[in-house]
Design a protein around this ligand. Structure first.
Ligand SMILES: Cc1cc2nc3c(=O)[nH]c(=O)nc-3n(C[C@H](O)[C@H](O)[C@H](O)COP(=O)(O)OP(=O)(O)OC[C@H]3O[C@@H](n4cnc5c(N)ncnc54)[C@H](O)[C@@H]3O)c2cc1C
Length: 560
């Protein structure tokens, strides 16, 4: 180990320069505090996961919703939130209060606050997580997923701009390649952090790729407050499996990773060791429509398909999933059903007509038109489908494209022999399922719940325009070619975490604040230690980072 770095002093130390950390640092510096923003990654990865995100934000009763004819209200959103969260534990005291405060934010000042920083929204509101079919159950009663014009980078930009202005003014200093290994506690209060300086990355280092963990020095940073904004555990599949709850079946042996390697979860244990309490660590949010990225950025890189409702969904053995497990309806409900199937993958079967209209891919790099604010590109997408989806169709190892069902099944059976392996699909049985489903198409109503849901979705203008294909027979050659997609479980979000009060102060197991220690963002379950309870309504993660980061930054600054 070479030299020990000088001990540095600040008012507030923020651990993690993702979205929550940037927001917290900007707010604390706005209040006149000196801030050190520490991250194990290099400057190239500033913004963390949010940079890669689609920039989808949960807003309630927004002008965009009203323009699309959507009637929403805080009351309806509260019903949806509580029906999804299903809070049922003593530990849910603070998460529930955070949920209520967050709903006030999402139905109140969130949009205007972002707007005055230059944030803009794509006008067609998406309908994510349509739910489990019960009015008071899980899911969004109405479309609420507002995509940022500029996607993830467009969410990060205003806060990066504010932080960099503070750097210029000498109020914020960055400490990249500083990996925190310990929160220093003296006299019962957090007084700083200690850790290792990691070797510099080569100049050609690319954002999102794994960086070296070679240590070149020690550091100790001292401050009057420490805000932990280090993200979740989704990049560490051993931790995901360890925390996997029995209610979702057995943990999958095979998963793809929806997050970069820095989402390693280490800081959670480190902060616990300092005396903070972790709650709801068995609550997590992983997707069931993951595909292997044919052009990966990080190891085992998976992309989530954001599906419209029309694809036929089969388990690995070819059995159609029971209602209401339709694409885009109930993420964890479907995950549970799939874990019970005994296999780590499932199948979508669809047509060219469906893929063109209904497949979107999550991630800023998979949406160059929206990320690049390219109006022409967005118009082309509406006419021809997104270019990156076509690239996956051609190069993705999980895709089978065929003119006949016989060839499609042969392709599916070839993929069933590739890890994770599974049973062969029986062509006769699949034909029977598809013909039975196709017979329901002749009338604009049906007894098949999925087809009923497709017709219902098209009553929403946004879906009819750009998300739900006109119902048609899957076996109609004019709608072809046929497509099958092998879907993997994709690790993503951590819904539990460091328990905090409404000021973002970390609590001890005695339920009292640990002086000087705060948390925000995914490490904090996006507020309180899990403000989404068991299920998310989508677009609530970035929003949770904004709200909890803002709260912790302001509170830490005010407490000094
Ligand atoms: C592809 C993708 C699409 C998404 N789409 C959406 C969407 O549309 N809508 C939505 O709401 N959410 C979305 N999300 C989720 C959302 O982006 C994340 O939940 C959110 O950005 C997490 O932010 P964070 O600041 O809490 O953590 P992170 O972004 O993970 O940042 C944490 C930072 O802490 C650093 N760190 C960790 N440990 C240490 C340590 N010991 N020492 C020093 N530094 C440390 C890390 O290096 C990292 O830079 C998406 C995520 C991904 C990956």
């Amino acid at each position: 180990m070479s030299q020990r770095t000088a001990v540095s002093q600040a008012d507030v130390i923020v651990v993690g320069a993702g979205l929550a950390g940037l927001v917290a640092a900007a707010e604390a510096a706005d209040a006149g505090r000196k801030v050190l923003l520490v991250d194990q990654e290099p400057e190239q990865s500033l913004g963390g996961q949010a940079f890669w995100s689609l920039g989808g934000l949960f807003l309630v009763d927004s002008p965009e919703q009203r323009r699309m004819g959507i009637k929403d209200s805080r009351e309806l959103a509260l019903q949806d939130w509580m029906g999804s969260a299903q809070f049922d534990r003593d530990e849910d005291f603070w998460p529930r209060r955070w949920a209520e405060a967050y709903l006030d934010f999402a139905a109140g000042e969130k949009r205007a606050w972002l707007h005055q920083m230059g944030h803009r929204i794509f006008p067609v509101v998406g309908w994510a997580e349509r739910g489990d079919g019960r009015a008071d159950g899980h899911g969004n009663s109405v479309p609420r997923f507002h995509i940022t014009w500029g996607t993830g980078p467009g969410v990060v930009a205003p806060f990066e701009r504010r932080v960099r202005a503070h750097v210029e003014a000498g109020r914020v200093a960055f400490a990249f390649r500083h990996r925190v290994d310990e929160v220093a506690v003296e006299g019962g209060a957090a007084v700083g952090v200690r850790g290792k300086v990691l070797e510099p990355v080569p100049p050609a280092f690319e954002r999102g790729t794994a960086s070296s963990r070679v240590e070149v020095g020690d550091f100790e940073l001292r401050g009057q407050a420490v805000i932990v904004t280090s993200g979740g555990i989704g990049g560490n599949h051993d931790l995901v499996r360890k925390a996997w709850p029995a209610r979702l079946g057995s943990p999958p042996a095979s998963m793809v990773s929806g997050v970069p390697a820095h989402v390693d979860g280490r800081m959670i244990q480190i902060t616990r060791d300092a005396g903070a309490r972790i709650i709801n660590d068995d609550r997590m949010w992983h997707y069931v429509e993951g595909i292997r990225n044919w052009d990966p950025i990080w190891a085992n890189h998976g992309i989530r398909i954001l599906p419209g409702p029309s694809s036929l969904w089969l388990d690995a053995a070819g059995k159609r999933l029971p209602a209401p497990n339709f694409p885009g309806f109930d993420t964890l409900g479907t995950l549970k059903v799939l874990r019970e199937s005994g296999y780590d993958y499932s199948w979508f079967v669809l047509t060219q007509r469906i893929i063109e209209k209904e497949f979107a891919l999550s991630g800023s790099e998979q949406n160059p038109d929206l990320t690049g604010k390219d109006v022409r590109g967005v118009i082309d997408r509406a006419r021809k489908g997104p270019g990156p989806v076509e690239a996956f169709k051609q190069h993705g190892e999980d895709f089978v494209v065929a003119d006949t069902l016989t060839d499609l099944v042969a392709g599916m059976n070839r993929l069933a022999e590739v890890e994770p392996t599974g049973p062969r699909i029986d062509e006769g049985e699949l034909r029977r399922i598809m013909e039975a489903r196709d017979r329901q198409i002749a009338n604009p109503y049906a007894k098949d719940a999925q087809i009923t849901a497709m017709y219902a979705a098209r009553h929403y203008r946004g879906d009819k325009l750009s998300r739900v294909a006109k119902p048609h027979a899957l076996l109609d050659p004019a709608a072809g070619p046929l497509i099958a997609v092998k879907l993997h479980i994709l690790s993503r979000k951590t819904l539990g975490g460091l328990e905090t009060d409404l000021s973002g102060r970390c609590l001890t197991s005695a339920g009292v604040p640990l002086p000087g220690l705060y948390a925000a963002g995914e490490v904090n379950g996006f507020g309180g230690g899990g403000m989404m309870g068991y299920n998310a309504l989508e677009g609530t993660f970035l929003g949770g980072c904004l709200f909890s980061g803002r709260t912790a930054g302001r509170a830490a600054a005010a407490a000094l």
